[in-house]
Design a protein around this ligand. Structure first.
Ligand code: SF4
Ligand code: SF4
Length: 171
C-alpha cells in the first residue's frame, strides 16, 4: 500500500498458522496504494510503474533464494511484530472502524449492476431497488471503488480521481 510497511507478512503468517499451515517464510512487497478517491496519495503513472518493477525484481530474487533453500523472513520476527502493532494496527484499527459506515453511493450514477456486491470481501453491499446499498461493515479495501464501472462509490473523498488496475501499469 505504498506508504505503509510493518508486519503484513507476519499478520498473514499468524492467521495461516491458526488454521494449521506451516509457515516457512514471508515476503513484503511495496505496491501502489488503492485509495482512488483522494488526490493526497496520488503518484504519477511512471512512479507506479517503477514501484511495480521493483516488486517484480524482489519476487525474482526471492524465488532464487527459495530455490537455494533459504526463505525470506520479512515481517516474521518479534521486532516487525512490535513495529506493525505500534506503527500500524493500533492506530489504523480505530481509523478503519471510524470509516466502516462511511461508504457513499452516488445514486445518480449507480445502475445496480452488482459488480460491487459480488467482489466485496465483507459482504457489505447489496443491491436494493437497483441501487447498491452499504451495511456499515466496510474495511476500506477499496476493491468496489476501483471496480465500479460507473465510478459511483467513494469513501474518503467525494469523487473518484483514478481507478486502480494493475494492467494499467504493466505491459
Ligand atoms: S458497481 Fe457501481 S454501478 Fe454497479 S451496483 Fe455497485 S455502485 Fe452501482
Ligand atoms: S471498500 Fe472493500 S470492504 Fe468496503 S464496501 Fe468496498 S469492497 Fe467492501
Amino acid at each position: 500500500m505504498g506508504a505503509f510497511s510493518g508486519d503484513g507478512a507476519g499478520c498473514s503468517a499468524r492467521l495461516l498458522k491458526k488454521y494449521g499451515a506451516t509457515v516457512l517464510g514471508g515476503l513484503h512487497l511495496k505496491m501502489p496504494d488503492s485509495v482512488c478517491d483522494s488526490k493526497l496519495l496520488k503518484k504519477s503513472k511512471e512512479e507506479k510503474i517503477e514501484i511495480i518493477r521493483r516488486a517484480e525484481e524482489k519476487i525474482e530474487r526471492a524465488v532464487l533464494q527459495i530455490r537455494s533453500g533459504k526463505y525470506p523472513q520479512n515481517g516474521l520476527g518479534f521486532f516487525p511484530h512490535l513495529v506493525g502493532l505500534l506503527g500500524q494496527r493500533l492506530w489504523f484499527y480505530g481509523k478503519t472502524r471510524s470509516y466502516s459506515d462511511k461508504l457513499k453511493i452516488n445514486k445518480g450514477r449507480c445502475v445496480g449492476c452488482g459488480v460491487c456486491e459480488s467482489i466485496c470481501p465483507m459482504k457489505n453491499l447489496t443491491i436494493e431497488n437497483q441501487i447498491a446499498t452499504p451495511h456499515g461493515k466496510c474495511t476500506m479495501c477499496y476493491r468496489c471503488i476501483s471496480e465500479c464501472p460507473q465510478q459511483a462509490i467513494t469513501l474518503v473523498g467525494k469523487e473518484v480521481v483514478e481507478q486502480y488496475r494493475l494492467e494499467n501499469f504493466i505491459s
